[in-house]
Every structure is written in structure tokens, then in C-alpha cells.
Design a protein around this ligand. Sequence first.
Ligand code: NAD
Length: 418
Amino acid sequence: MAYTVEPPAEGRRITYDEGSGELRVPNNPVIPIIYGDGIGTDVGPAARRVLDAAAEATGRRVAWMRVYAGEAARDWYGENLPSETVDAIREHRVAIKGPLTTPVGSGFRSLNVALRQTLDLYANVRPTYHLDGVPSPVKHPEHMDMVTFRENTEDVYAGIEWEAGTDGAEELRRFVEEELGCTGVIHDGPVGVGLKPITEFGTKRLVREAIDYALEHGRDTVTLVHKGNIMKYTEGAFRDWGYEVAEREYGDEVITEDTLWEERDGELPAEAVVVNDRLADNMLQQVLTRTENYDVLATPNLNGDYLSDACGAQVGGLGVAPGANFGEGRCLAEPVHGSAPKYAGQDKVNPTALILSGRIMLDFLGWSDAADLVRDGVEATIQDRTVTYDLHRNIDGGEKVSTSEFAELVAEKIRGMG
Ligand code: NAD
């Protein structure tokens, strides 16, 4: 296949030193961008405009390298996820993407899952915080300030599953009943089967990311969220391995909740992060009723999916919910929302989620000044009540603006602040 996308000549490559774990970022890095399917063609250019303004205001310039996946890639390459796109993201280490539609029908893997697995982006990180002026269904949305670290490569999302009626499903039933002796549990008739792998390796590297983040950002707690009371050897193991990392690898910087009470009468040593654990069902209540008590959450894949959506609903929903996937020296920023096909191409939806995903990416580059400008620019624009339809319908008054108008207003604010 012909090589159709070239890195822009005016940019330089980000490099990573594996020994020191240091990312070396030039002032004009090449950053691949996938606009994505559906509303991706609306929010992609909008986010780019805002991120450009923030880079420029802080004396830098991003050399964007547009790459393709999903529908756009099918037109060009005849495939959903061309290797050239995956290679560009792998080589340049840091990238941003809009949503990709998962084609309906058997045989299609989710492109998002494929990208995360291929690049070993093992932590999906979703910060949930309230921007002043964003309408919310709760009384104190400002109490919400959590960051969910969701394991991204295993659990029931690993894709090891068999459809009812297939040889694989029947073979597994036979193995479980005859070889392992678990009889009388699986009902007769067709059965679909999925496996839930939770490894020590996958758990520990995720929990390390969460604790490192808490230490670097001055957070008070890391909460391991699991269903270990029921799924003892998967979710329970996640909890146990999580505590093991905390106790063995971080010395005095980290203290477990039990030790805090047993040995220190609740007295917290200065600057230490407390690691505790909660059952996932309980946690879905606590994020609503004891919002202020929680900071950083570390959790297996499925719990993290539910939990971050529940948190996001309190602070404005999908239009404003950012995220990013991290691997070793890698970041692929992407919003929580999907391609919302019914709004595609209408210049209507909210680009905030992708813009704030870009903020996470800027932080990863070490450009925290630019990242702060992005946040402040978005917040100031929303405080002016110039918002897209999703926020406009929930506030009194205000002016409804399009995707591109909103982005331009944010860029103007940033230029004014820079
Ligand atoms: P969706 O997030 O695309 O849309 C659900 C609804 O949320 C929309 O109808 C709209 O009302 C609202 N919404 C979403 N984004 C918005 C925005 N930026 N501004 C304002 N409102 C917004 O979810 P879906 O309809 O379940 O999924 C559509 C497609 O997207 C599916 O193919 C799914 O697989 C895919 N998807 C992709 C990703 C990803 O790329 N990471 C994530 C989720 C879903």
C-alpha cells in the first residue's frame, strides 16, 4: 500500500528515554490527530483550533499530522484501522483522537479497543471536575473532583468470549463441568461465555499510575474500587495486589487506611497519600453522597466504565467529559463520548470534551501553562453563557452557539489571557 501520510516537515519528534522514563518534548512536536467518525469531523477541527491558541500563547507550536481511522480510513485505505495510522501514533508517542463508530455486525472489533490493545495503553484516565457555569443535576457539583484510573487491557473487556452455540462456548462448558467439576451451575441450553482475566502485572502497573498521579498532584487518597466480596479471585485479587504495591513500593509516601487507624489513630503524616478500598456498588452511592471524600480511583475495566460515567453525569455529562489513555511514555487523548451519528456534520455538538482531553495531553507534554489556559478559556466562555445546545437547554438565558463558534470564543479568551 502506498504511504499516503507524511509527518509535517516543520515539526520535530517527541522521544522517550526508557531508562529514566523521561519524555523529551520539542517546542514544535509532531502530534498525530484523528478527527474520528460522526461528530468527530465537527469537534476535531474545533479542538485543534483551541489547542493551537494555547500552544501559541505559551511560545510553542504543534505540527499536526492528520491520520485516519474508521469511516474516513475506509474511503482512503479500504480498512478501518490502517497500520500507517497505528505506526504514526506509536512512533510519535503522543496523539489525540475523536470518537470512532464501532461498525455493527459480527467480526468487527471495537477500533478503540484495538488501538488501546495494540499500543498497550493500559490506563484509561478520566478526570471529572466541575467547570463553573456548567449545569448539573446535583446541588454541589463543585464537590466533584475525582480522577478515575480504569484498567484498559483486561477484565471482561479483553474480548475473550464465545457466542452461544459455537464450538468454543460448548467446549468451555464441557471443560468447566467435566475437568473442573463445576456442575449444576450453568443452565442447560445455549450459553454465551466470556472470561475475566485480572493479572498481577495488569493490576500493579495500573495502581502504580494512580498512586504516582496522586503523589505528583498532591491528592489525598487513592481508592481501589472492586467487587472482591463476590469475585474473590479476580476483583479480590485486584484489591490485594493494589495494597501490595502501596505497601511494598512507596515507603512512607503512601499509607493504607487500616494502618492509619491501627497505628496512628487516624493521624495522617504530612504529604502522605492514603490508599483505601471500597466495593463498587457502594462506591456508586458514595460518589453521589460523599463526593468530597474521594480523589483518585483505581479500578478494573468494567467498574471504571460505569463509575466514570456516573461521576461525569454530576458535572455536565458527555459533552464535557474528557479522557486519555496512557502506556509507558505514551498518551492517546480521547473524549468519553462516541460519534453521536445523528448530529454528525451539523456544527452543533459540544467540543469541550475533546478540548479538555487535549488539556490532559498538554499536561502530559509538560506544558502545564498551556493546559491551564485551555481549562480557563473553556470555563470563561461557559461563564459568559455562550454554550452549545446541550448546555444551553439546561441554563436560563445565555446564547446558543455552534461547535466552531464555541471553539473560536475559547481561542479568543486564551489569546486574551496568554
Ligand atoms: P454517543 O456518545 O456517541 O452519543 C450519545 C448521545 O450523547 C448523543 O446522541 C448526544 O445526545 C450526546 N452526546 C455525545 N457527545 C456529545 C457532544 N460532544 N456534545 C453534545 N452531546 C453529545 O454514544 P452512542 O450513541 O452510544 O454511540 C455512537 C457510536 O460511537 C457507537 O458506534 C459507539 O460504539 C461509538 N463510541 C465510540 C467511543 C470512542 O470512540 N471512544 C466511545 C463511545 C461510543
